[in-house]
Every structure is written in structure tokens, then in C-alpha cells.
Design a binder for this molecule. Structure first.
Ligand SMILES: CC(C)(COP(=O)(O)OP(=O)(O)OC[C@H]1O[C@@H](n2cnc3c(N)ncnc32)[C@H](O)[C@@H]1OP(=O)(O)O)[C@@H](O)C(=O)NCCC(=O)NCCS
Length: 163
């Protein structure tokens, strides 16, 4: 299949609505399982990845068609001990989230997004972490991008890429 003509652009504070969509599509759904209800994004453990987007330390990129239709996003956020994502390591390490809309996956869009975000992250944070279901094929992408396995618990891998 010919990859769609897309552009990668930096996220702005105005992109919170796009990220509400992205955080839903970032949820891994194993083959043969039904996607969770859309209301899952109201769960505080999911919502924390998007709430108040644009605060200090937030950074990311969107992939969109040449007419501006969103196809994916990769974004980073820093946490502290009181407000932490699944991939929290320490207050300086940013956690990466990544999603490409269904129907557009496995065409190189996620790779372009994560490359752009990691390149920028090298200027901003000492390290980038993420949390991923161990059986998610995305682990191969993270391996290729230089993430190392910090540990595994309950079927979830914690990965880290030092800058
Ligand atoms: C993971 C994801 C962002 C990758 O973006 P993409 O555009 O599909 O990826 P690319 O085409 O650039 O790269 C291909 C790699 O992506 C991963 N990938 C491809 N399709 C995937 C899918 N349906 N689900 C999960 N990972 C997938 C694999 O690691 C693949 O590498 P491989 O060819 O060696 O198997 C995208 O597939 C997705 O949104 N998946 C569902 C949500 C998810 O799992 N997000 C990550 C949570 S940690």
C-alpha cells in the first residue's frame, strides 16, 4: 500500500482535543478483543495523560494529512511522586505516549512521530520512559528506538531511553 502523504507538526496548547482522541487510540487492544468504551478516557489514570495539556515540560508531535486530518500523536509529560503515570521513573524523566489511529497503522507513521519526539526530547529531558503491555508488538518499535527494559510487572514492561 502507498503510504499516505502526511506531515508531522509540533503540538501546541490548542491540541488538547486531539490528545483526548489520541489517548483513547493509545490503549492497546489485543487481537480478537473488543476496544474499551470511549468513556475509559475519563478514568483518572488515563485522563492524567491529557488533563491541562500545555503545562511546563509537555511536548509532542502530531501526524496529519495534508488537509489537517489527524492520524496520530506522540507526546511527553513529566510527573512527580503525587501525580504519576504508569511509566513514572523520576521527576526529570518524561513519559512518552504514542498512538496512530486504527486504519493507518503499520505504514511508518508511528516511527516518524517517535523519531521527531525523541530528537526533540534529547534537548529537553535527561531520559524518556514508557510503559507498554509486554505482548504489544509496539515493544519491537521501542527496542529499535533505543529503549531498554527496566523491569516487567504484571504483564507490563517499563522501558527507558537515556539521552
Ligand atoms: C504502536 C503504534 C503507535 C505504532 O505506529 P505505527 O504507525 O503502526 O508503526 P510503524 O508502521 O511506524 O512501525 C511498525 C511497528 O509498529 C508496531 N506496530 C505496528 N502495528 C501495530 C499495532 N496494530 N499495534 C501495536 N503495535 C503495532 C510494531 O512494533 C511494528 O514493528 P514490526 O514491523 O517490527 O512489527 C500504532 O501501531 C498504534 O497506535 N497501536 C495501538 C496503540 C498502541 O499499542 N500504542 C502504544 C502503547 S505503549
Amino acid at each position: 500500500m502507498t503510504p499516505p502523504a502526511i506531515r508531522i507538526r509540533r503540538l501546541t496548547q490548542a491540541d488538547e482535543p486531539l490528545l483526548w482522541e489520541a489517548v483513547y487510540h493509545a490503549i492497546y487492544v489485543p487481537q480478537g478483543q473488543s476496544p474499551p468504551p470511549k468513556t475509559i478516557i475519563d478514568d483518572p489514570n488515563v485522563a492524567r495523560y491529557v488533563n491541562d495539556w500545555g503545562r511546563s515540560g509537555d511536548m509532542g508531535f502530531a501526524a496529519e494529512t495534508t488537509v489537517g486530518r489527524p492520524l496520530g500523536a506522540c507526546w511527553l509529560r513529566c510527573w512527580n511522586a503525587r501525580d504519576r503515570g504508569y511509566g513514572y521513573v523520576d521527576d526529570q524523566t518524561a513519559e512518552l505516549s504514542l498512538a496512530v489511529w486504527p486504519g493507518h497503522r503499520a505504514q511508518g507513521i508511528g516511527t516518524r512521530l517517535i523519531r521527531a519526539a525523541l530528537e526533540e526530547a534529547e534537548q529537553q529531558y535527561p531520559a524518556v520512559s514508557l510503559s507498554v503491555t509486554s505482548i504489544n508488538p509496539a515493544v519491537r518499535l521501542y527496542d529499535r528506538m533505543g529503549f531498554e527494559r527496566l523491569g516487567e510487572q504484571g504483564g507490563t514492561l517499563l522501558m527507558l531511553r537515556k539521552n
